[in-house]
Design a protein around this ligand. Sequence first.
Ligand code: ZN
Length: 292
Amino acid sequence: MKGAIRALMVLVAVVGCRYQPSEEPAGQAGNGLKVFISVDMEGIAGVITGNEVSSSAPEYQYFRELTTQEANAAVEGALAAGATEIVVRDGHGAKNNIIPHLLHTEAKLLRGVTDRPENMMLGIDESFDAVIFIGYHAKAGTEEGILAHTSSGNVIDLSVNGVSFPEAGYNAVIAGLFDVPVVLVAGDNWICDQATDLFGNVVTVETKVGMDVAALGLHPKAAQDLIRSETEAALSDLGRFEPYRMEPPYTMVLKVWRERGQFPGAERTGEGEFTFTSDDFLEVMDAFNALK
Ligand SMILES: [Zn+2]
């Protein structure tokens, strides 16, 4: 697929260092299906409180294991659909939640924080064929959403070109910049609804029904089984998904509880409100990250 040119370049590099080809099956070096899995934590089956997703709390160690298992379910589904390359981006907090040795051996793990605007999508590029969101949560202000917020607790609302975004929304735009569709979103029912409203054709897996600070949830294994089978089904029928795109220029309106940053070109358009316009969506993300 998209990896064909890349595969050629790899082949050139490989020939250049006189590597002898092994007996590996053909088509395993970039012509196959390449999948990007971005993993958050609030939407993982079982999670309901902030402590469960905060590295300083004792409960966290258990829930990071469940997070790793849900990521693995998506990896297994992707492998069953024929994926030949899988990158798992740890996307929550300090981006060091997934337990490396418990992650499926066929996946590469991208962990750690950088200043780059891609953030939870760090590592995405045009070589990927599909994006999957695991453990995602509803946007700030979603009354009954479990741990609903938009990137930081300081954000009241983030909209771009009049569309109010959860994290899944702007992360999907980033994937769209590289022509990669989001095919599956797993999290509580509220983010599943928000993702469907935004993307239209996307597979959702409801790990729990959020009821403010309570949730009626699937058993972790049941959630993982669903993620595995739905991921395989979605990736086996990739043609029905479209990248999520928004036309430039991009005008961001960000409303925050407390003003605590500045960004060149961003205008203060009200109490706790900033407006910023750019043709470069990643620059909009830079502004968001500086002001949020
Ligand atoms: Zn998170």
